[in-house]
Design a binder for this molecule. Structure first.
Ligand SMILES: [Ca+2]
Length: 146
């Protein structure tokens, strides 16, 4: 094989690797803080759905969407009281959308850290969305009750 052929093969292989990498990067969605806040209000404010997230609702979300290992060992999963302390800006014991928006200017704030946001999105929001879609499609299939 001539050097020219080998050289073009190397170039082609590198291009594949490069575009493969770019493609993988594009597939990893960039999550915004706004999306995370929407997710909290949609999937965590559920019992009751009243515009406020309580300690009980945080606890319920953790039990529903995280496994025992994730609840116990993950650096990004903070104790419920810590979450409340960082997110409940007006100190009324529950977290509103407004609290989360305002906490953006506090430190450490609420869901501000990129790593925490991504983990939250991946481990809670995506799982919750998936469950919601599954529930919607199973309720669309008529079931015969005994
Ligand atoms: Ca609520």
């Amino acid at each position: 094989m001539s050097n020219m052929v080998i050289c073009s093969m190397v170039v082609i292989a590198s291009l594949f690797l490069f575009f493969g990498h770019v493609h993988a990067e594009q597939k990893k969605k960039v999550i915004t803080r706004e999306q995370c806040i929407e997710c909290v209000m949609h999937h965590i404010d559920v019992a009751p759905k009243d515009g406020f997230v309580t300690l009980e609702e945080i606890d319920k979300a953790k039990r529903e969407f995280l496994n025992a290992l994730e609840r116990g060992m993950s650096r990004w999963v903070e104790p419920n009281e810590t979450i409340l302390k960082h997110c409940d800006i007006d100190n009324d014991g529950k977290i509103s959308r407004e609290d989360m928006i305002r906490s953006n200017s506090t430190d450490p704030g609420c869901l501000k850290d990129r790593y925490k946001m991504e983990m939250f999105w991946e481990r809670i929001c995506e799982r919750a969305d998936k469950r919601e879609r599954a529930a919607a499609s199973s309720s669309a299939i008529p079931t015969r009750r005994p």
